[in-house]
Design a protein around this ligand. Structure first.
Ligand code: ATP
Ligand code: MG
Length: 406
């Protein structure tokens, strides 16, 4: 039975699904995290052979010493972490415990957006023009060289929290002020176009399964306008000609990074003139329940598929591309507590068959911070074999279902 050390099995929200996947395929699972064991979801506690709570996940040397002493004689075959901030720690643990999987050296370009683009530039992949900068003077100098419009964002960001679009030199100053707390930023050419993902479960560097999702609208727009209900649409035909250049780039990116086995989540841009440009890549799955979305698209279990891939080097889920799937994230109007949800009943009456998951915050719940989580005040997932019909449904959901808070 393969033995896997899994970092942070209880957090974030989707980790328990991956733990369950590992349990289903017959892995001996060791959990390590900073949560008390009693607070782990019951399914996780049952699935784990053992759990070690560490004081903090941010002191790598201490965690490695503790893990070594705790696991003595039970060295894992693999160390897995599907949570962005823990990826380097996972790589260090692999090296310290002699487990298989990505080294620290190969993990760094997946975490550092400047290193990432340097490696891809060297492989001839089209990235946005970019420069790293520390402090106001360097940012101004980088902006002159990159040209406007541009993007200023943290080297190791996630969640678009500190990503700023800048039109001209005058707008640069507020962006400099807003990112003062960030040590190092990337200054990038702004790439106009549509934005897609290329997500894979890969085995020895080759995608065993892949998914392409379309962001409506682009994440930066969705995250700066509260009134928008952002949509992420998993496409039933990821092999269509219009997406071929992006998918091909995705495969080359995996090669260039020397990615091995596990989940990847890449974002890329398609310009109006047909050119495709790399956005970013993580060695982990997307969040916001987009793995569930992949499951609904093919009636498979990608959590289990990932587990089988990392434990046994196989992916035996039966991938039939049956549906386009749209997840529509909702934000309530007003502040405070959700008081009223309208439009859902009508939607159910009209399109009941197409709704696969309703997960809106119930009346009485406090609103979530929409800037911090794409999930916002909840979401509804719909699916349909036809793309036009899926988009029409998603748009209806976006405009006609409303949450009110007070
Ligand atoms: N060079 C660029 N040109 C155009 N848009 C960009 C560029 N860089 C970032 N963006 C926009 O900002 C968003 C966030 O950027 P990016 O994905 O690099 O940051 P992030 O913090 O990792 O976000 P997330 O965790 O949401 O993926 C992108 O999805 C895109 O909409
Ligand atoms: Mg991103």
């Amino acid at each position: 039975m393969p033995r896997v050390l899994f970092l942070s099995p209880g957090y974030p929200a989707e980790m328990p699904m991956f733990v369950s996947g590992l349990a289903e395929v017959g892995v001996e699972i060791y959990g390590l995290g900073d949560q008390p064991a009693a607070l782990l979801p019951l399914a996780v506690r049952r699935a784990l052979a053992d759990y070690r709570r560490v004081r903090s996940l941010w002191n790598d040397a201490e965690v490695i010493d503790e893990a070594r002493a705790w696991l003595a004689g039970r060295e894992p075959d693999r160390v897995e972490c599907l949570w962005e901030p823990g990826m380097i720690l996972a790589a260090r643990l692999r090296e310290a415990l002699g487990a298989r999987g990505l080294s620290v050296e190969r993990t760094i370009p997946l975490r550092n957006k400047e290193r990432m683009k340097q490696v891809l530039d060297a492989a001839g992949i089209r990235t946005p023009r970019h420069l790293a900068a520390r402090g106001a003077d360097e940012i101004r100098a980088a902006a002159e060289r990159v040209g406007y419009p541009l993007i200023v964002k943290p080297i190791a960001g996630a969640g678009s929290a500190d990503t700023h679009r800048v039109e001209d030199a005058r707008e640069l100053e507020p962006a400099i002020a807003a990112t003062r707390h960030v040590q190092e930023v990337s200054v990038e050419e702004f790439v106009d176009g549509e934005e897609y993902t290329f997500d894979t479960v890969s085995i020895a560097g080759r995608p065993a399964y892949f998914n392409v999702a379309w962001y409506r609208p682009r994440p930066l727009v969705a995250r700066t306008n509260e009134w928008i209900s952002p949509q992420v649409v998993a496409l039933r035909r990821p092999d269509q000609p219009a997406l071929a250049a992006g998918v091909e780039m995705g495969r080359r990116v995996l090669d260039a990074l020397g990615f091995e086995t596990g989940f990847t989540h890449m974002e890329w841009y398609a310009k109006a003139d047909g050119e495709v440009v790399f956005g970013e890549i993580g060695g982990r799955p997307p969040g916001a329940h987009q793995v569930d979305q992949m499951n609904y698209a093919c009636d498979i279990d990608v959590f289990r598929g990932w587990a089988e891939a990392i434990a046994f080097g196989r992916f035996s889920e039966n991938v039939r591309r049956l549906y386009n799937v749209a997840t529509v994230y909702k934000r309530a109007q007003g502040r405070g507590t959700i008081r009223r949800v309208v439009g859902m009943e009508e939607l159910r009456r009209r399109h009941g068959d197409a709704i696969v998951w309703e997960n809106l915050l119930p009346v009485g719940s406090p609103r979530r911070n929409w800037k911090q989580t794409l999930v916002s005040d909840g979401f509804v997932v719909v699916r349909h074999p036809d793309l036009e019909a899926t988009l029409a449904l998603a748009d209806e959901l976006a405009t006609d279902v409303r949450l009110y808070a007070a």
